[in-house]
Design a protein around this ligand. Structure first.
Ligand code: 5AD
Ligand code: SF4
Length: 490
């Protein structure tokens, strides 16, 4: 009988991609994905370590699963992702009921790990029958805290193997991708921003060969995707081997993908995330003008507007470079919607520095953005800086920045009124009293709320926008909704 796999994904889209690949790796072992935690025979927490209390959140979530096990459930618990990478052994020490801890570079070895965990558990039970999870034992008593306690029976794999995990992931998509296909083309980061854990949890920059990416794009499209998001922690640093033996840039890859697939899949659209300003070269900017299938949207984190703060962050760019990139992008693609990430309260950030961030935001105008209070991450250089900013100041700056960004987001969305946008239906609406409600995304990544008979996930519709709100657009379907050809065949 099929065993049920429940995956809870935190953090970035790379984790969303990894979760899908883990499900693919486990499918041949008879694991079918479930959306209902109560049915699960195996749970994977795919964790994120980027900001504060990440590990604490994981331990508290684990408490829930521990109760299920204590109640006698035959449940396999795995912790994956960046907390697994960063905390490693500590997870098995603090939560001995966890069966597997698996880092982001080891997902292709999940079947082997599963077998090892099973063997260890069986051996543990034979040798120590009192440790059976259904009986009273140390697990029931042991709170998840540091200090000496019963060693668990879990297994750990947080190695950075010399071979690429991508070469070992299965080609078949056991789980259809849905209308948006996520495709990891690059992983890791060599930039070492002083606040960030990514270079430590995801490792050095690695770019997949273009041929493997093209093949995976084809599989996603054949399985019904009609938008493809190319993913990487530093996606525009992509420098993979091309089929011609040359090193391809992201610009070159995008042109090749568009050349190959746009004609065959009408309406197909592309995007890529997350980018670094340092890698926004002229060719990549030109692609935004040259390829109509590249969505007019770019998430380009700037983090701060003060050159002194940017320097202390080791960003390798100043505010001026960001402004030049924006101007060049808008020259090529005037309607491009810009999104960004901001950190307020980086150590040493003065009122004047923060004002420079506000000035940058005012000058650029963002369609959306994410803002965070700086949080000291253990092991990163900025955590050791002496002049940490107080929580109260961080709060006040965050509120001021959020207010400005909200104003810009609302203005951007309200400006869509009257326009006809190409919307890809990708979710069912959540208003319980409106059963027919569907949600989609515009080319600018706005959520569009639709109430129209016969809409299905995966459909493309032309929508006349009637109103723009802070986080969504409303509109009327004009013309006939289209189910893309690849979906009909799927
Ligand atoms: N504190 C606050 N925000 C952070 N980010 C990364 N590390 C930290 C940190 N230590 C934010 C950055 C990054 C986004 C993914 O998370 O803005 O772009
Ligand atoms: Fe982290 Fe900086 Fe690398 Fe982005 S570029 S992943 S913020 S170190």
């Amino acid at each position: 009988m099929a065993r049920k796999l429940y995956i809870k994904t935190y953090g970035c889209q790379m984790n969303v991609y990894d979760s899908a690949r883990m499900a693919d790796v486990l499918a041949p072992l008879g694991y079918a994905k479930t959306d209902s935690p109560d049915d699960a025979d195996m749970v994977i927490l795919n964790t994120c370590h980027i900001r504060e209390k990440a590990a604490e959140k994981v331990f508290s979530e684990l408490g829930h699963w521990r109760k299920r096990k204590e109640a006698g459930a035959d449940l396999t618990i795995a912790v994956a992702g960046c907390v697994a990478q960063a905390e490693g052994e500590e997870i098995l020490n603090r939560a001995p009921f966890v069966d597997m801890v698996v880092g982001p570079q080891a997902y292709h070895r999940l079947p082997e790990l599963l077998a090892r965990a099973q063997r260890k558990r069986d051996a543990g039970r034979e040798g120590n029958p009192q440790k059976n999870t259904t009986q009273k034992g140390p697990m029931q008593k042991g709170p998840m805290q540091k200090g000496p306690m019963q060693k668990g029976l879990g297994v750990l794999d947080t190695a950075f193997p010399p071979e690429s995990k991508f070469d070992h992931l299965p080609e078949a998509l056991a789980n259809p991708p849905g209308p948006v296909g996520f495709l990891a083309i690059q992983e890791g980061c060599d930039k070492f921003c002083t606040f960030c854990v990514v270079p430590y949890t995801r490792g050095a920059e690695y770019s997949r060969p273009a041929a493997a990416i093209i093949a995976e794009a084809e599989r996603l499209l054949e399985s019904g995707a009609s938008e493809i998001a190319l993913l990487g922690q530093n996606v525009n640093a992509y420098h993979g081997e091309g089929p011609d033996g040359q090193t391809w840039s992201l610009a070159r890859l995008l042109r090749a993908l568009s050349d190959r697939f746009d004609g065959k899949y009408p309406g197909l659209r592309w995007r890529y995330t997350t980018s670094h300003p340092r890698e926004m070269d002229a060719d990549l900017i030109a692609v935004h003008g040259d390829l109509p299938s590249l969505m007019p949207f770019l998430h380009l984190p700037v983090q701060a507007g003060s050159d002194a703060v940017l320097k202390a962050m080791n960003r390798g760019h100043d505010a001026d470079l960001f402004h030049r990139i924006v101007a060049d992008l808008r020259a090529k693609r005037p309607d491009i919607a810009l999104s960004s990430d901001f950190i307020v309260g980086f150590p040493g950030e003065s009122d004047k520095d923060f004002e420079a961030t506000m000035a940058l935001v005012r000058a650029v105008g963002f369609a959306q953005a994410y803002s965070f209070k700086y949080s000291a991450r253990p092991g990163t250089p900025a955590a050791l800086l002496p002049n940490q900013v107080s929580e109260a100041v961080k709060d006040a700056r965050l509120q001021a920045l959020l207010a400005l960004l909200r104003e810009q987001q609302l203005a951007f969305n309200a400006g869509m009124q009257g326009r006809v946008l190409d919307v890809l239906i990708d979710r069912v609406g959540h208003k319980q009293n409106r059963p027919g409600q569907m949600l989609g995304r515009s080319p600018y990544m706005q959520s569009v709320v639709l109430e129209h008979p016969g809409l299905e996930i995966g459909m493309r519709v032309a929508v006349q926008i009637t109103a723009g709100y802070l986080t969504s657009l409303a509109g009327n379907v004009v013309g006939t909704p289209i189910l893309p050809l690849n979906r009909e065949a799927a």
